[in-house]
Write a protein that binds this ligand. Sequence first.
Ligand code: ADP
Length: 905
Amino acid sequence: MIPLKILHLEDDEKDAIIIKKTIQEEFEHAIIKKVDTQGDYETELKKEKFDLILSDFSLPGFDGIKALNIAQKLVPETPYIYVSGHIGEDRAIDALKLGATDYVLKDKLVKLIPAIKRALKEVEVKEENKRIENNLKESEEKFRTIVNNFPVVLFMTDENGIATFSRGKGFEISGIKSENLVGANIADMYKGISFKLINGIVISGKEAFNNALRGEIQNGVIFLNDRFYETKLLPYFDDLKNIKGIIGISLDVTELISTQNQLKESEETFRKIFESAPIGMARLTSNGNYLSANLVLQKMLGYSEEELKSMNLDDITFGEDKIKSKEMFYNLISDESNYVKFEKRYITKSGKIIWTNITSTAVKNKEGNILFLITMIENINERKEAEIALKESETRFKDLAALLPLTVFEINLTRQITYVNKTGLKTFLYSEEDIQKGLTIDKIPHSKDLKFIFERFEQVLKGKQFGGLEFTAVRNDGTEFPCIVYSNAILKDDRPAGIRGILIDNTERHNTLEELVMAKERAEEMNKLKTIFLANMSHELRTPLIGILGFADILKEELKKEENMDMVNTIYDSGTRLLETLNLILDLSRIEAGKVQILYKAFDVIEVVKELVKLFQSISQKKELYLKIETPFEKLEVELDERMFHSVIKNLISNAVKYTAKGGVTIKIEFEERKENGILIVGVSDTGIGISEENQEIIFDEFRQISEGYSRNFEGTGLGLTIAKNFVQKMGGDIKLKSRQGKGSTFKVSLPAKVINIKSAEKENTPESVLKDVAASEKNNIPVIPEILLVDDDDITASVIKLYFKNIYIIDWAIDGEAALEKVNTKRYDLILMDVNLKSNLNGMDVTKLIRSIPDYKDTPIIACTAYAMKSDKKKFLDAGCTDYLSKPFTRDQLKKTIDSVLTK
Ligand code: ADP
């Protein structure tokens, strides 16, 4: 407790002690300061604050009244009690009037303590009142300030709605002066105003006011002079609960409302964006639960918004991406990042996994608490799938390139190797580090190829395409090998950025090529040998054949006995067949040797065909087959290679007869005239076994027969059609086949030919007439018997020829060149048959040249006879001076025809 502090004005020491004692009996710790002069008194009062002043009335040079005045001036609040001797009642009353608190007589000091207590109490009450008064003042001031400075309208009415009080700056804003309101009828003022109640219903201001006057609180917003006021009309009552009037409070909320409207607008904008965004959008709680999802997202995930609202983010995140997703989510809500952006997979309702791109951010309030998370989900499945496919194909190609047993490389524009596969490293003996350190290809081509390769690469960069470029490559250890490189330009943004290619070690191919060249040369050599062999063999085979055929021919005429005739015929037929085979082989070897040359000469097609028919007459008669020619011509002289034509048609007739058992063979000769050359068409049709479709192609191949192997039913070499086709093609024509198995075949030969002479037939060609014609043509009379010199080292041939022409020509024989020269020098022959191969110093051609030098023999026909039945030789013979040429073996007819033709020239 704070001790009581008392200032005591007293000039009597004794009295002072008594008074002090009296006080301290009640207030043990009271501090009593005694002064006795005016100066000390004033000094003390100014120096410190006392709770109480005690004063004697009469003081030397100073009195109690004066002291009181001083106290009232300096410390008016401090209680002032006179403690004095008797001063008289009047003076005491004056003193109290002047403002002293009390008066106590020194002889009645018992009253002092109650007086002090009273005075102190009084001070306490006074102070309390003052405080209350101050507080009141303060709060009044506050209220005034608030009402005057804030946009509040405050008024009060009586029970009739007449304003009794009004305050507030709000009126200033609304244009009404606050003071002007008192005495006005507020209900009337509210007439034209709308009052929007908080439940949204709008009533008139007057109605609202009357409602309030009936005791209902009205709460709403009014719109006045372009401003909004949130308004409360509060009825107030007297003790008897009668309406005494209305207290009206209006608060200007114009700014608030516009802020609210703005907020609403921005919310609306946000909602629109959210709904119509072309990507998926969702709002989530900070726990990852869905709050809303736009249509795009619903469509993307297959879940409706309602379904999503019952789900957590984690529920539809693809397993492998859950950890990443959670981590990102945590970063966001833990304030580590303002937003997160990452790729992840969702599982849709249908179970499909889709790739998305996520951008998520947290929306927070002022305090920084998360309101919700807003997430944008972009479907990047297609892009991702393409990316994955690209990666896969990249890996696939990389793997393949690594596997390839050839060098795969890429270089940049400075020829630095940017990629090379393992095979490449192995081939060129470089390591991966070498490449990483930066290696150019400058050391790869051999110095001799360097310029060429780099020039080519420059062109490749410009977009030029080359096949394989061959060059010599150099390994890291300096060894070399042949290689071939295929390359093209690497383009980046349509600009060349380097070269990519493959390089193949060509060593093996080089070796193979060399082997191949060698093999080809060997094969060609062998082929040559074969041709020579065939030529030689034909000579060796033909010579004895002349003997066989010649004598058989003579014997056919000489022998009468039926039995012997058969044998001779067999010898003759077998010989003929052998000769034919020989001819075919020879033709083939000539074709192969490329030595077949066409010799165009005019001849009568009809005559040649008639002759051929005659040739097959006896065999077809034996098989009881008809063999006929159908043609509108009697003579059809065209320019063609007669030998080839003969060979082709003979072959076709031969086959037709061979492969026909019933019916017969028809040869149809037609001619289509054209502007320049005409087309000769010869069809050979038979009623034989026919050829299946699948075999129609192969029969034109060498040595191919339909029945092949040991079980074949027909004899033959399988060469006939090959040669026929070849000859026809050589003459610029073609050969076509129409056939049905079991029904027969037709081979149709078309040949472009220049027509020389053409004559229509008066009568139809029958087999008989053909034969007759042929027989008639045989009787080609030559008036004198010509003398012929036969030069041949083979005595059999000589005997055969002599026998052939026993009664037709006179045949003289010379065994070699020397003998021949001797004979021509002594006699003049009409014709010389000259064998080319004479087993003496001089060969036939040497002898011919010598004979030609004899004046008498300048124009004498010399026919070269040789087994070297190669067409190309013929020119050699004619150049040496021969008139004609006949290859061995020849039949009697052939020889006779040749002799007659040169003799009648
Ligand atoms: P070859 O008659 O000597 O066997 P070809 O080359 O002349 O050889 O004929 C080849 C094959 O074509 C014959 O073996 C035969 O099977 C078939 N062929 C040819 N002509 C006829 C034909 N007119 N009728 C049926 N088959 C034929």
